[in-house]
Design a protein around this ligand. Structure first.
Ligand code: KG4
Ligand code: ZN
Length: 337
């Protein structure tokens, strides 16, 4: 079965071709030009998707050596995401499905991330715990099977990646902040500054806005006259912030591991590329004797391979969507409870 996956929820235009279990193409075009604006500009993103979508579909098909007539299923992200950006990929996918008369599935972007571990050779085993950490979302989930997903906790304010991006801006690194903070943190001392880890009533929820404000206060207090922050100090702030952010994610994951009997853990989403977080999750998984699945970098950020895979999973259990599906329902036919 040949599944074409399309992802345009934010600033990555991505097209994938999944042939049964064989991923034959996963093209990702990142819209780097947003960095000069300090974040993603929605309208510019939509326009870039519009220019890129057709050439990328052509390239993916040619790379996979599959003809349009060889497609059996088309899956596209329908939300959550930027409305204009989603519209481009979703409308293109619906048009293609209509013209080829093949089934179509609207995929929930977060569900794409949750199941992205299945793109790896060593796949997660049900039930598993999923920590989804991206620029827009921070979720801890108990995944019983393909359609039974229990949301244990989420962020009450900023997403984990968003906190990295905001602190990055404060330190003058720009967007996207995660990789830059990580690089700087390598050279810093994470014990230097003690930034707070929020404790909330729901022990599975996260909050990153206090941490972000603590970093801002620290900078304002010590460099109030606009004086330049020395590089070594920037590195120490990066390292100390990264430690606090990772600690927050690890603490809740550990609580879930204590309370939920799972077979494996999956760490997914853009922030899963963070090496400090990956290391800590590995330590945690060993402590509790659980297998951990962390997708390769190419599948951590937004990508169409995860959308094609999620589409295929849903198709296999009998789901098919009508072509009048709208983008941006917060959870597209989601299976969260
Ligand atoms: O999943 P993703 O590609 O897009 C969303 O759906 O949001 O995640 C992007 C987020 C950005 O906030 C970016 O700063 C963060 O992932 N990120 C990282 C790292 N690489 C990307 N955060 C921390 N450390 C990294 N190495
Ligand atoms: Zn994402």
């Amino acid at each position: 079965m040949n599944v074409l996956g399309i992802e345009t929820s934010c600033d990555e235009t991505s097209v994938a071709l999944l042939s049964d279990d064989n991923l034959k193409a996963n093209l990702i075009s990142s819209q780097d030009f947003h960095s000069k604006y300090g974040g993603v500009v929605p309208e510019l993103s939509s326009r870039a998707h519009l220019q890129l979508i057709k050439p990328l579909v052509d390239e993916a098909l040619s790379k996979a050596q599959v003809e349009l007539s060889g497609l059996d299923l088309i899956a596209a992200t329908a939300g959550p995401g930027l409305i204009g950006a989603l519209l481009v990929g979703l409308t293109f996918a619906k048009g293609l499905a209509f013209s080829l008369n093949v089934p179509f599935i609207a995929v929930n972007h977060i569900e794409g991330h949750i199941f992205s571990g299945f793109l790896m050779k060593d796949k997660p085993e049900f039930p598993f715990l999923a920590l989804v950490v991206s620029g827009g979302h921070t979720l801890l989930l108990y995944v019983k099977d393909v359609t039974n997903i229990v949301q244990l906790g989420t962020t009450v304010d900023d997403a984990a990646g968003e906190a990295f991006d905001k602190v990055s801006k404060m330190l003058g690194f720009g967007y996207p902040g995660g990789p830059k903070i990580q690089q700087s943190a390598y050279k810093g001392d994470e014990q230097k500054i003690s930034f707070p880890v929020a404790k909330l009533n729901n022990k599975y929820n996260f909050s990153f806005s206090g941490l972000k404000t603590a970093v801002l206060r620290y900078i304002q207090k010590n460099y109030s006259n606009g004086s330049k922050i020395p590089e070594s100090e920037i590195n120490d702030i990066s390292a100390s912030f990264q430690k606090a952010a990772v600690d927050a994610l690890i603490i809740n994951t550990e609580t879930a591991l204590i309370n939920y009997d799972v077979k494996s853990i999956s760490l997914v989403g853009g922030v899963a590329a963070n090496s400090r977080l990956r290391d800590e999750m590995l330590i945690l998984s060993k402590k509790y004797g659980k297998r951990i699945v962390i997708p390769d970098q190419e599948f951590c950020g937004d990508n169409a391979a995860m959308i094609a895979l999620r589409g295929k999973f849903l198709f296999e259990i009998g789901r098919q969507d009508k072509l009048n599906v709208n983008p941006y329902p917060s959870l597209v036919e989601g299976y969260f409870q």
